[in-house]
Design a protein around this ligand. Structure first.
Ligand SMILES: [Zn+2]
Length: 531
């Protein structure tokens, strides 16, 4: 960016074409640094545009006020800007200097003479101020600065003035409300149904327990079943699948208040998130883990599961030799069959023409269960407290990993839109997050190794009866099905003729056995215990 451009008029009054402008920029981050909110991104973008527009400008330093609220005027006294003024006074600032700010009310919303004094003292020290918001340059080098001074005063006054026009007042009141929320104040008394507003603060109410329960259940069962389960457990109110879905998507379950950016009556993006606003039921990482789980459910291969009638523990695991899947099909006779899907449309190469390939589900299930000892079933049943604690830790880390990955991708998204000066900052953020992510992944790996070795050690505690206990309930059967998926169980049926078939059982890509099934019974080829 060394293109020689002559400075626009306002600038040529103050800076010479052949001189470098030494820029000190001041960005106020209202929340923690890793959260680039809407306003931060906007400030960075404005900063980029400035440097594109003025090639003679060179960034010397950037000041950032992190988490210091301009609303309370704190950054006047204790923030980076105050330090900047100190440095001006002790003449540590380069000549031909320019301070870049978004607007004066970024410097202070306090208004009045304190802020005015601060701004004037910067200008007096021959440091120009440029406000990105309205593209105005303030400098004592300007021929006539009386207009500027009254303008500054006006802006500062306006920032604290109650008698603005209505739309201004509403949007500013909203912004101020948000700032208030960040500082522990109340933005709105409206709250989710499991929270009450009492004596000036938010407290969990009688519904909190059920909501917490839903966050636990959602890993095993769908919305419909959670609602059913909660209603059976007799909480103070009734739940529907829709309510459950609603709850599990709300940031409020981990205590966050979300302010949305609205457009034409529709929320378009998150404007601001205020953490710790409501009492939290779960951790933030747990929330992200739940979100990931819900997303996974939307996967077409898992969709359509009717949890309330869930019987098929082999769902998605049984395949016909022709490659097609088997559908679980209830007969009027109350028997349940597995039907080769391709055979129902005459596309199964193993079917007798005009006939479907179907076998009794119960038979296939009982043959499969005879192999339970070869599958590490204890992993879903036996859990010592130690393993549970480690698994909890593992869940937390998994949640954090999701969180960091999100942060990383949003930083990348911002990177594309930014130019040089901001890129440097964002790249350093990306490095930082990548580094944290690597570390988390190493921890996660270590933990999962530890957990699996502990599982192995506890194998002897395993009780076969436990599997059958699980088989009795809908939730248990769903749990088994999920578990079998995680174990990469695969059953392949090779149809021979009516009531005759071969069944191959695979575990983790490895063949366990082939079983020959006839109307009189079945024989395993490799495992003698089935003879
Ligand atoms: Zn088939």
């Amino acid at each position: 960016m060394t293109v020689k451009k002559s400075l626009p008029r306002a600038f040529s009054d103050v800076f010479r074409d052949d001189e470098t402008i030494n820029v000190y920029s001041y960005i106020r981050f209202s929340s923690k640094a890793q959260k680039l909110g809407f306003s931060e991104v906007r400030q960075l973008e404005q900063l980029n545009r400035f440097f594109e527009q003025y090639p003679t400008a060179r960034q010397v330093e950037r000041y950032e006020d992190l988490g210091v609220s301009a609303f309370k005027g704190k950054n006047l006294k204790s923030g980076q800007l105050a330090k900047f003024v100190e440095r001006i006074k002790s003449k540590e600032i380069l000549p031909n200097a320019l301070l870049l700010v978004e607007s004066f009310d970024r410097i202070s919303r306090v208004g009045g003479y304190d802020a005015l004094e601060l701004i004037i003292s910067i200008i007096q020290a021959d440091c120009g101020i440029y406000t990105l918001f309205d593209n105005r340059l303030y400098s004592k080098r300007k021929k006539d600065s009386s207009v500027d001074i009254s303008l500054i005063q006006n802006i500062l006054e306006r920032a604290n003035d109650e008698s603005r026009n209505k739309s201004d007042r509403i949007s500013d009141a909203k912004a101020r409300n948000l700032l208030k929320g960040e500082n522990g104040g109340i933005i709105t008394k409206r709250c989710p149904f499991w929270v009450d507003y009492a004596d000036g603060k938010f407290v969990l109410n009688e519904h909190a327990e059920a909501v917490k329960r839903a966050t636990e259940l959602c890993f095993d069962i769908g919305f419909q079943s959670i609602a059913k389960e909660l209603n059976q457990e007799g909480y103070p109110r009734k739940y529907s699948a829709k309510t459950i879905s609603n709850i599990l998507h709300q940031h409020a379950i981990y205590g966050s208040y979300i302010a949305m950016e609205w457009d034409a009556g529709k929320p378009i993006q998150i404007k601001k998130e205020i953490k710790g606003y409501y009492p939290a039921l779960i951790s933030e990482s747990e929330f992200h883990r739940i979100s990931a789980k819900l997303k996974e459910r939307q996967d077409p291969s898992l969709a359509g599961r009717k949890a309330q009638e869930f019987r098929n523990i082999l769902r998605g695991l049984v395949f016909c030799k022709c490659g097609s899947t088997f559908r679980y099909h209830s007969q009027k006779s109350l028997y349940v069959d597995l039907v080769c899907l391709a055979s129902t449309v005459g596309k199964c190469s193993y079917a007798t023409p005009g006939k479907g390939v179907r076998h009794r589900y119960a038979l296939v299930e009982s043959i499969f269960l005879a192999y339970q000892s070869l599958i590490p079933f204890h992993q879903i049943i036996v859990k010592t407290d130690d393993i549970k604690a480690l698994e909890k830790e593992h869940e937390e880390i998994s949640g954090l990993i999701i969180l960091k990955e999100k942060a990383l991708s949003s930083n990348f998204a911002i990177l594309e839109k930014s130019s040089e000066s901001a890129q440097k900052y964002i790249l350093s953020r990306i490095n930082e997050v990548s580094h944290e992510l690597d570390k988390l992944k190493i921890d996660e790996h270590k933990l999962s190794l530890k957990i699996s070795s502990m599982h192995l050690a506890s194998k002897s505690d395993f009780n076969v009866v436990e599997i059958y206990r699980l088989l009795l309930t809908e939730r248990g059967r769903i749990k088994i099905n999920n578990f079998l998926h995680s174990q990469k169980i695969k059953l392949i049926i090779n149809p021979i003729k009516k009531k005759f078939f071969e069944l191959d059982i695979y575990h983790n890509e490895e063949k366990l056995d082939t079983i020959d099934v006839t109307p009189d019974g079945y024989t395993a080829r490799y495992k003698p215990h089935l003879k």
